[in-house]
Design a protein around this ligand. Structure first.
Ligand code: DGT
Ligand code: CA
Ligand code: CA
Length: 578
């Protein structure tokens, strides 16, 4: 991470802790503004800090902020932040992540109800201390309790967005060890689940001891939980556990199949083997001769074991991609030809500096060109999303002109002038129809009132997908994994309305959202609705979220045919014009 990004996080934390401490709102806002400035800053921060007066001349950076930045560049600390960290109980910091609990509320809970961490917050709710506070309604308390429970449920699981990059770098490191032939990940990560309990790695090597040593001595290992000749378990700094197993080359397919799971898929496969007079375990598929002793311990050679495909074939079953190995996936039916990342040819939901994005229109276009896309939609926020810098009518009109001007200057890609329009709680849209009609693509999104009743949510979202000018309903439920459950509309009604009106439903590829989720995708496809996968990119790196959306689509049985991101440029234009 660049200096300015690290420092931006420090300033964000400083602002939050100042608010917890009950400091002046204008000062807090000023610090938060500096965090934004730092996040958007491109260049050498240390060089600017060294130049007298240069920091102070930056928009939004005052004298005292400039001196904090200089101090951080010199010695890596901000004195004021250190002081606050000393004064405020450390257990309050994780509470800032509980949805519905802003820093201001956390500060009140601390001062007025002696809350210092998760446990004491629960206690204060249970013994009625919270309810006794002024301006603390029963509904607010119920919401807080909801969020606490929701966070607790998912506390020990890691987002695929963190686990997959981690597994990739681990595997790359382990593959470089002498004697190693192969390293792959299995488990829920290989099945593309949205959250991962632990990372399961399988390896083949002629020198297991070297491999185990490399893993257990990594600098990011905080604890070695187990370490033997063929198996090691470690805990990483990032809080995630890694299991590494060494298996025989000839049995790699059987081991990969077994450790990929799901457990239910394994059970179904073993049952299929039994009904065919065979036995399946992590060493291979064997003929069942009635002897209880494991066949591999009796020197029996397997009927199949080298690859997964060999095993499915020997069982006379179709091969199942890992994403379709859950309990609800039928073993006998041939799986559909799932979409691949390579099928994706456009991104239809992205943001620029016009609202809360970090890049200009032209810079976003360059990122999309680098990914080989034929089309990029620029879809900044609408006026009600004040916090996200949403555009009023006048700004949107001039933004449309700006997008068209950049588009005219580029031959490699087509830019669509779009908007991500807020859907109000009652289903009304944030712009009038005549303005929507000027756009090339219109996305509708719920951002507020995400706790409304399922009935109201259904009405609201059905109204949006039924609107003739809406092309896509994006992140339909608004859930954030592990943080807020989002809307719970009647999905059958929603996907039916989407199919009827030809409105596409988005899989938002941001790994914190993955919304629609896999099972909703399945429903949408069964109803004949179109799916689109978009990154919601606010920065260059976010374009790479696409793979998480693709894997979620695959878990829902998505084919390229049903995904508008796989359309050619002309097919896409036809679809938008319909
Ligand atoms: P996770 O880590 O909680 O996200 O989920 P998984 O699916 O990665 O589960 P994990 O790490 O406990 O085990 C990896 C795979 O190993 C699992 O998907 C199937 C297989 N496996 C583990 N234990 C058993 C078992 O007791 N029976 C069967 N049939 N398979 C097992
Ligand atoms: Ca696992
Ligand atoms: Ca495991």
């Amino acid at each position: 991470m660049s200096d300015q990004r690290v420092l931006a996080t420090e300033f964000e934390m400083l602002a939050a802790l100042m608010e917890v401490a009950g400091q002046n709102a204008f000062k807090v806002a000023a610090v938060r503004r500096v965090a934004r400035v730092l996040e958007d800053f491109e260049g050498d921060l240390r060089a600017v800090a060294a130049e007298p007066g240069a920091l102070e001349s930056m928009d939004g950076v005052g004298k005292s902020s400039a001196s904090k930045i200089r101090q951080w560049c010199d010695d890596g600390t901000i004195a004021e932040l250190d002081t606050l960290r000393g004064e405020i109980p450390a257990g309050l910091v994780p509470l800032l992540d509980v949805s519905g609990l802003g820093p201001k509320t956390v500060g009140r809970l601390w001062r007025e109800a002696d809350v210092t961490d998760h446990a004491s917050l629960r206690a204060a709710i249970d013994d009625g201390r919270l309810a006794a506070l002024p301006r603390m309604g029963a509904k607010t308390i119920a919401n807080i309790l909801d969020s606490l429970n929701f966070a607790a449920q998912s506390a020990d699981r890691t987002s695929i967005g963190r686990a997959l990059p981690m597994a990739e770098s681990l595997a790359e490191d382990l593959r470089s060890v002498d004697g190693v032939h192969r390293v792959e990940w299995a488990g829920s990560l290989r099945r593309g689940c949205e959250t991962i309990g632990d990372i399961d790695l399988l390896a083949t090597t002629s020198e297991p001891a070297r491999l185990m040593e490399r893993l257990t001595r990594r600098p990011d290992v905080t604890k070695v939980l187990a370490s033997g000749d063929t198996k090691a378990s470690v805990r990483l700094e990032a809080g995630i556990q890694v299991d590494l197993r060494v298996v025989d080359r000839e049995a790699f397919g059987a081991a990969l199949l077994y450790f990929t799971g799901s457990k239910e898929h394994n059970v179904a496969l073993r049952h299929a083997a039994n009904t065919r007079g065979m036995r399946l375990n992590e060493y291979g598929l064997f003929k069942d001769d009635g002897d209880e002793t494991p066949p591999q311990d009796r020197g029996m050679s397997p009927l199949a074991s080298v690859t997964e495909a060999d095993i499915y074939q020997a069982l006379d079953l179709p091969w199942h991609p890992p994403e379709l190995r859950e309990s609800h996936d039928s073993l006998d039916a041939a799986p559909p030809d799932l979409i691949d990342q390579g099928d994706i040819r456009c991104d239809l939901h992205t943001h620029t500096t016009a609202s809360d994005g970090h890049l200009s229109i032209a810079d976003m276009a360059r990122e999309a060109i680098a990914r080989g896309y034929h089309t990029l939609a620029i879809t900044d926020h609408s006026k009600s999303s004040v916090q996200a810098g949403g555009l009023d009518e006048q700004r949107l009109r001039s933004h449309i002109d700006d997008i068209r001007a950049v588009d005219a200057s580029l031959s490699e890609i087509r830019l669509l002038a779009g908007a991500e329009v807020d859907i109000h709680a009652d289903g009304r849209l944030d712009y009038d129809d005549d303005l929507l009609a000027e756009l090339d693509i219109v996305l509708a999104a719920p951002h507020v009132s995400l706790r409304q009743s399922p009935k109201d949510a259904t009405k609201r979202l059905v109204a949006a997908v039924s609107h003739p000018l809406i092309h896509i309903l994006v992140h339909p439920t608004g859930r954030i994994i592990g943080r807020r459950p989002g809307l719970e509309p009647d999905m059958d009604a929603l996907v039916a309305a989407a199919a009827e009106h030809g409105t596409a439903l988005e899989i938002n590829a941001n790994p914190q959202r993955l919304d629609l989720r896999d099972r909703h995708v399945r429903k949408a496809l069964a109803a004949g609705a179109r799916i689109t996968i978009n990154t919601d990119a606010h920065a260059a790196a976010h374009f790479d979220f696409m793979r998480y959306g693709v894997v979620t689509g695959r878990r829902g049985g998505l084919t390229a045919k049903s995904c508008i991101n796989a359309y050619s440029a002309s097919e896409l234009m036809d679809w938008l014009d319909r």
